[in-house]
Design a protein. Structure first.
Length: 262
C-alpha cells in the first residue's frame, strides 16, 4: 500500500463551480495546495480573477478562471468547450454553484423556486453530462475520475428557514447522485455528494451574523466548518483513498443534523 500518495491530488485537473467564494473557494484552495490544476467558474469575472491571483501566488498547483452563468444551458456548453480547448481530460468535477431563496409558504415566488431548482439540480445534471467525455477520457480501474456534488444537511432534514426550493433541490441532488453513481461506476467515474452544515460563506453570512452563537450551540463539536473540513473531504473523494466510495452522501456538519435538544 502506497500510504505516501493515498490522498494525493497532485497534477489532477479539477473544475470547481462557484469557486470564487465560500465553500467553492475553500475547495479550490485545497486542490491548488495539493498540486492540482483547478478551473473555477462563477458569474463574476472580477471575483474569479481575484481568487486566481491569490491561489496562483500560493501554489504549488495552479488556478484558471472561466466565468460563466450556469443558470444558462448555453453557458454550460460554452464552459466545457473552453476547458476542452486546453485539456484532454478532467479528473474531478465539483458541482458547488448554487442559489437559495427564503420566503413564506404563501408568498414563495414561482420564479424563485424555478431559479433555485434549475441551478441547484437541473444544471448540475447538465454540466455533469457535458463533462462526461472529459471525465471518461483517462479514467481507469486504477485511476477513477470523480464527480462531487455539494448538497446540504437541509436536504436531509427539515430546515428552520422557509427555504423550500433549496431543501427540495438538495434532497433531489442527493438522490440524483446515487442514480448517477449507479450508471457511471462502470465507466470508472465515481459520483458522490457532500452535505455540508454551517460554513462561513456569503449564503450563510447573514444567518451566522445574527444567530452564530446559537447555531454553534446546536453543533456537537461546538464550531462551524473550516476550509480544511470541506476541502479534505473533497480530496479524499478525489484520491486513491476514496476510490471505493461511490453513491455516498457524506455529512460534513460537526453532527448538526443529528443534534437533539432534549
Amino acid at each position: 500500500m502506497d500510504y505516501k500518495n493515498l490522498f494525493s491530488v497532485k497534477d489532477k485537473v479539477v473544475l470547481v463551480t462557484g469557486g470564487s467564494r465560500g465553500i467553492g473557494e475553500m475547495i479550490a484552495t485545497g486542490f491548488v495546495n495539493g498540486g492540482a490544476k483547478v478551473y473555477i467558474t462563477s458569474r463574476s469575472a472580477d471575483a474569479c480573477n481575484e481568487v486566481v491571483a491569490k491561489l496562483n501566488a500560493q501554489g504549488p498547483g495552479s488556478c484558471v478562471a472561466i466565468p460563466a452563468d450556469l443558470q444558462s444551458f448555453e453557458e454550460v456548453q460554452r464552459l466545457v468547450a473552453e476547458i476542452s480547448k486546453h485539456e484532454t481530460h478532467l479528473d474531478v468535477l465539483v458541482n458547488n454553484a448554487g442559489a437559495n431563496w427564503n420566503d413564506g409558504i404563501a408568498d414563495y415566488p414561482d420564479k424563485a423556486f424555478e431559479k433555485v431548482i434549475n441551478l441547484n439540480l437541473k444544471r448540475i445534471f447538465s454540466l455533469s453530462q457535458a463533462c462526461l467525455p472529459l471525465l471518461t477520457a483517462k479514467a481507469s480501474a486504477e485511476n477513477h475520475s470523480a464527480i462531487i456534488n455539494i448538497g446540504s444537511i437541509d436536504g436531509l432534514r427539515v430546515p428552520p428557514q422557509d427555504t423550500y426550493a433549496y431543501s427540495a433541490s438538495k434532497a433531489g441532488l442527493h438522490h440524483l447522485t446515487r442514480h448517477m453513481a449507479s450508471k457511471l461506476g462502470s465507466d470508472y467515474v465515481l459520483c458522490n455528494a457532500i452535505a455540508p452544515g454551517a460554513f462561513q460563506s456569503k449564503m450563510m453570512k447573514a444567518t451566522l451574523d445574527a444567530f452564530g452563537e446559537i447555531i454553534k450551540s446546536k453543533i456537537p463539536v461546538g464550531r462551524i466548518g473550516s476550509p480544511e473540513d470541506i476541502a479534505g473531504t473533497c480530496i479524499y473523494l478525489s484520491s486513491r483513498a476514496g476510490q471505493y466510495t461511490n453513491g455516498a452522501t457524506i455529512t460534513v456538519d460537526g453532527g448538526a443534523a443529528i443534534f437533539s435538544n432534549l
